[in-house]
Design a protein. Sequence first.
Length: 318
Amino acid sequence: MIPEKKSIAIMKELSIGNTKQMLMINGVDVKNPLLLFLHGGPGTPQIGYVRHYQKELERYFTVVHWDQRGSGLSYSKRISHHSMTINHFIKDTIQVTQWLLAHFSKSKLYLAGHSWGSILALHVLQQCPDLFYAYYGISQVVNPHDEESTAYQHIREISVSKKASILSFLIRFIGAPPWKQDIQHLIYRFCVELSRGGFTRRHRQSLAVIFQMLTGNEYGVRNMHSFLNGLRFSKKHLTDELYRFNAFTSVPSIKVPCVFISGKHDLIVPAEISKQYYQELEAPEKRWFQFENSAHTPHIEEPSLFANTLSRHARHHL
């Protein structure tokens, strides 16, 4: 049953695909449209910190965050690694969506996918478009190989002005992708952060996120082991499948309105790759936004602009 009070702020554990998985649901009015947010990674959920950045968004939507199978508060040693496939995650997403619609007596909801979550979202939209009003693709993953190659070239260009820097040395040391060794991937991600194109453009903001996870009620120090174990578990079993994804060939069309949002400084999923997909995608309505002061997490780095962008698009339902 829906709570009688107007606002909602709950943590809800569900049995999804034979595993216990955690949802966080927040909003000022349960009559508002539902917005289901699929987190990035694989294995990097947002429940531990995201409420600090979505207060304005909660005015317009009942916002649902979900620690996906094997991630964060949904991590368990009992989860079979055989279930850690994109196909299982798609089924989980559809089941979560159907539960939300039934619980809140809604016919459809809005779907947002960030990074890894944007891959799941595209597949879900292909299978069950009738469940969704619209899709918001944030740092939309299109082709991980192309994205790494493009980012590598950008970092090389940045390093030219810093010839004697550690960035210049490291990016030349690992060479161009593809990389076969884990250490090369680690060095590459370090170079992305040095270039201010990683999780956030401003390193201080990334530190604030970590602090919020450690001190907040949702995670706290007591649950950081679940976050770290889930991160390792998810990356171990999903990375190969992630790198086989190509949205150009696997999802050339979507049957719902789409909005794509990228950070100008993103070097994890460079904006030009996402924009090329947006331009080629067939959809009943599509829009593109580039956030000028963001890297990979525009919804965290520019939360007011993000909330305004989504609310303006969804205004005919609000």
